[in-house]
Write a protein that binds this ligand. Structure first.
Ligand code: NAP
Length: 245
């Protein structure tokens, strides 16, 4: 019997990299997995990869009505993982402010909406994993927006942990370092594309373990948080030591 047998898990951003990896593992551990993302084609592929009766619901988490519709048919949610989100890089005087608004709409308010509609459906023993990133703590040039959103998520996670502890609902934050998909890893190995030299330098100079992480590293952290009944209020940096330097 799997560690998550009989649980219902909703994973936003479940069609790619970290969310997809977590979905695959949760399903293999017996959870009924519901993946949410905007792009239908990639979502359908992800549903096939996750298997075990997983479902995909096309959802833009920046739109509260769509998030409400995602949770409305579900009688129960035991596990919520909010991985949906993107990036905005650029100097403060160059990035058009609406891009900051768009970043917060999906990556911050998307998590707020998901918690708002999932919590009423969570029984005692429920578990929320928000997703931030180590930019909340580590300096990354031209990444003020990402840093701000990660800090906001970390703060929200701690407060929600306190608020929901009396209902025995745990809230933690997954905080990835540089977590590269298989394609990213292959591009880096071949030094292909504009990101490869930047990433190689990041790994050489910022990451004590001298490698990027992979989705499986986040999956192990997510499994710990899903199964450790006493873990709440944590921000779990999975970053090869980056934030310890
Ligand atoms: N990988 C890293 O190194 C790293 C580091 C720090 C933080 N993070 C954060 O961790 C999370 C997961 O990272 P990742 O590497 O797995 O990202 P990813 O590979 O880019 O996948 C992002 C996922 O979110 C979905 N998504 C994006 N915007 C959405 C929206 N508005 N509504 C619904 N779904 C949306 C995407 O699908 P659609 O585009 O089809 O919607 C996709 O499924 C992200 O929030 C990311 O910013 C990642």
């Amino acid at each position: 019997m799997g560690a998550l047998e009989g649980k219902v898990a909703v994973i936003t951003g479940g069609s790619s990299n970290i969310g997809l990896g977590i979905g695959r593992r949760f399903a293999a551990e017996g959870a009924k997995v519901i993946l949410a993302a905007r792009g239908r084609e990639r979502l359908e592929e992800a549903v096939k990869l996750v298997g075990h009766g997983a479902q995909g619901v096309v959802t833009d988490v920046a739109d509260e009505a769509q998030v409400r519709a995602l949770f409305a048919p579900l009688p129960r949610v035991d596990l919520l993982v909010t991985c949906a989100g993107g990036w905005v890089f650029g100097a403060i005087d160059e990035v058009p402010p609406p891009q900051w608004v768009g970043l917060f709409a999906g990556r911050f308010f998307g998590q707020v909406y998901a918690c708002h509609y999932a919590v009423p459906k969570m029984p005692a023993g429920g578990c929320i994993m928000l997703c931030s990133g180590i930019a909340a703590k580590a300096g990354i040039t031209h990444y003020a927006g990402g840093s701000a959103v990660c800090g906001a998520v970390n703060s929200m996670g701690r407060q929600l942990a306190i608020e929901l502890a009396p209902r025995n609902i745990r809230v933690n934050v997954l905080s990835p370092g540089l977590i590269m998909s298989e394609q990213d890893q292959a591009d880096l190995a071949a030094m292909r594309g504009p990101d490869a030299p930047i990433r190689a330098q990041m790994i050489a100079t910022r990451i004590p373990m001298k490698r990027a992480g992979e989705a499986e590293d986040m999956v192990k952290a997510a499994m710990f948080l899903a199964t450790c009944d006493y873990a709440t209020g944590m921000v779990m940096d999975v970053d090869g030591g980056w934030t310890s330097v």
